[in-house]
Write a protein that binds this ligand. Structure first.
Ligand SMILES: [Zn+2]
Length: 352
């Protein structure tokens, strides 16, 4: 390896990462630097519809009574794994707060929460942990999650960022996550997370709901969980994002004056009547999403791990698993040259 590294640097390579796997599947990973030095990479995970530790999962031999009951189902490795993973939750509203509450109870050790909004009165019917007094005090949604984690006293490290998903400030934090939950209702945030998952090989578990009351009084309630990892199709292929709405959201955020002017002229979407939301449905979809995370670490759903796409039709009492036709021209998952490519200029190959 040392000779190989020297040759590589002589040929002008800027860095070398070596991976050596022996017949017993022992693995060594080293990062070589131009000065001839090397650094051991302590933790190696295999990422796909299953998330597996190949190296570096430290086993906690201490008695953990709090998480004993779930270890009885999945084995103690499960508690060790969730304790050492870094999980991002983007969006801290109805579904995001429920996802965070579940991750805290599962024993996840490190949670990053990103949301730019403060709590409003109309959120209290579905945001877990939120109080009436928080609205007066203009508590941020991320601080609500941090407080929830502190009050359980179960020890997760929670990092919060009051920003929107795609902001420059949150990039490095998101890049350091092992798994990211997309619990945002903004389309531009979803488009960003979709690209981030593809470029950085970070499993994305995205969730969403659509509820509608028809004029005759009957209701439709759709809940959706989509998991995007190598081998699965991306959110764009499933058509869960609207690029026109994303463009309108970006305009509203970056140039509110123009947005409102265009809105008056009915050239942009958004605003209008708020969509309906009921806590039982939002929380159930959060459970569906966190169960995909559990499936990535265990085999409870079978050896395939996470399900690519599940739509729960609450009103029809069924689950559907639609698969879109293959699109090799997809601007995200069709670009195989950037799969797992990590840092590129410009970031995520998005100009501007
Ligand atoms: Zn795609």
């Amino acid at each position: 390896e040392k000779d190989l590294a020297r040759t590589a640097f002589v040929k002008g390579v800027k860095g070398l990462l070596s991976i050596v796997i022996d017949g017993d599947r022992n693995i060594a990973v080293r990062l070589w630097t131009p000065d001839g030095g090397c650094r051991d990479i302590g933790r190696v995970t295999s990422i796909g519809s299953k998330v597996q530790f190949l190296k570096g999962l430290s086993l906690d031999t201490a008695d953990n009574s709090v998480l004993d009951r779930q270890a009885r189902l999945f084995g103690s490795f499960f508690n060790d794994a969730v304790g050492q993973l870094r999980i991002g939750v983007v969006g801290a509203g109805a579904t995001g707060s429920a996802v965070a509450a579940l991750l805290i109870r599962l024993g996840v050790g490190h949670i990053l929460v990103i949301d730019k909004d403060v709590l409003e009165l109309s959120n209290l019917n579905r945001v877990h942990g939120a109080r009436l007094s928080d609205v007066k005090e203009e508590l941020t949604k991320v601080d609500n999650i941090a407080r929830m984690a502190t009050e359980t006293d179960l020890g997760p490290k929670v990092v919060t960022m009051q920003s929107w998903a795609g902001s420059k400030d949150s990039r490095d934090a998101l890049k350091s996550c092992d798994v990211v939950f997309g619990a945002t209702d903004d389309h531009s945030g979803r488009i960003f997370l979709n690209r981030l998952a593809h470029f950085y090989g970070i499993p994305l578990i995205d969730l969403g709901l659509r509820m509608k009351r028809h004029e005759d009084g009957h209701v439709d309630v759709f809940g959706r969980v989509t998991t995007f990892v190598e081998g699965h199709r991306c959110l764009m292929c499933y058509g869960v994002m609207d690029s026109q709405k994303a463009a309108d959201e970006a305009l509203e955020r970056d140039d509110p004056d123009s947005f409102h002017k265009l809105k008056e002229e009915a050239y942009v979407l958004g605003g209008g009547d708020p969509s309906p939301a009921v806590v039982t449905f939002t929380t159930e979809v959060a459970c569906m999403a966190v169960n995909e995370f559990v499936a990535a670490l265990t085999s409870f759903q079978g050896p395939h791990g996470m399900t690519p796409h599940r739509v729960r039709r609450f009103h029809a009492q069924d689950d559907r698993f639609p698969i879109p036709s293959l699109n090799p021209d997809c601007p995200v998952c069709g670009q195989t040259d950037v799969l797992g490519r990590a840092d590129v200029e410009p970031f995520l190959r998005v100009v501007g």
